[in-house]
Design a protein around this ligand. Structure first.
Ligand code: A3P
Length: 286
């Protein structure tokens, strides 16, 4: 069990898989290309779901890639790549995932035309998902109770820092034509329409058959069985698979089974204070 984090510019990170020198170099020197696609999420927002969707959009619904290559090779975490290393591809864009807050992201993004998809989720469900997941992950501080995890979350004392800062930072890109915001909630309510929005944003035309294959293979049930995407390949030294799973429930609103009334009211108050400057109704959970 990890008792603390690795720290980078005031942001807590897992104690394994990250190198501060590489991260600094990536921020200052990594060259984002115009044709790159970058999926940005705060942890537990549905990052793996989005990466599976985008993988399948690019393979036009052909499942051989998502069933033979682990997700972290398909869409590598930009924060974990070494130096200015790139992922050369014969064709098509490079695809990356990232949990980085905007101020730590490679600066070259902001002068590029790379497409960025920012996936958001009700923070109450992010907390609920994180509480269960981080009990099992051995490279982060493990919460002993929901109450303790909620407190850490509100303090930003969790990996990749404050959710409030993360979302407000990335929302500064809202309105740019290379920036798409989607929510876990809309993905769940209408997967077809949301996947369509993503494929349009990426400029990918799909036949009805290709589309149906994507929809089928990004369902919770199918992804849960895909060992290339469900985290089961993560070695025991990093994760105790008996304590938690990436593919846990895959629903919205499970927070109601975890928050007490008092916790919910306290959260609402803090939410109002921290997000109050944004227009109301921007997010599906408001
Ligand atoms: P729960 O813990 O609430 O079930 P991340 O990939 O950012 O770590 O997010 C993990 C969350 O996304 C988990 O939420 C997981 O179940 C959910 N998720 C992953 N794939 C999904 C899918 N195909 N459909 C619905 N939810 C999915």
């Amino acid at each position: 069990m990890a008792t603390d984090y690795l720290w980078f510019e005031g942001i807590p990170l897992p104690t394994s898989g990250f190198n501060i020198e590489d991260m600094k170099r990536n921020r200052d020197e990594f060259v984002v290309r115009d044709e790159d696609v970058i999926m940005v999420t705060y942890p537990k927002s549905g990052s793996h779901w989005l990466a599976e969707i985008v993988s399948l959009i690019y393979s036009k619904g052909d499942i051989s890639w998502v069933q033979s290559v682990a997700l972290w090779y398909r869409t590598p975490w930009i924060e974990s790549i070494h130096g200015a290393e790139s992922i050369p591809k014969e064709q098509g864009p490079r695809m990356y995932s990232s949990h980085l807050p905007i101020q730590l992201f490679p600066k070259s993004l902001f002068v590029s035309k790379a497409k960025v998809i920012y996936l958001i989720r009700n923070p109450r469900d992010i907390i609920t998902s994180g509480y269960h997941f981080f009990k099992a992950l051995k490279t982060v501080k493990n919460p002993e109770s929901f109450e303790q995890y909620l407190e850490w979350f509100l303090q930003g004392n969790v990996i990749f820092g404050s959710w409030f800062d993360h979302i407000q930072g990335w929302l500064s890109m809202k309105g740019k034509e290379n920036f798409l915001i989607i929510s876990y909630e809309e993905l769940q309510q209408d997967t077809r329409a949301t996947v369509e929005r993503i494929s349009q944003f990426l400029g990918k035309e799909l036949s009805p058959e290709e589309f149906n294959s994507i929809l089928k293979n990004v369902s919770f049930e199918v992804m849960k069985e895909n060992k290339m995407s469900n985290f089961s390949l993560v070695p025991e030294m990093f994760m105790d698979h008996t304590k938690g799973k990436l593919m846990r429930k895959g629903i919205s609103g499970d927070w109601k089974n975890h928050f007490t009334v008092a916790q919910s009211e306290a959260f609402d108050q803090i939410y109002k204070e921290k997000m109050g400057s944004l227009p109301r109704g921007l997010f599906p959970w408001e």
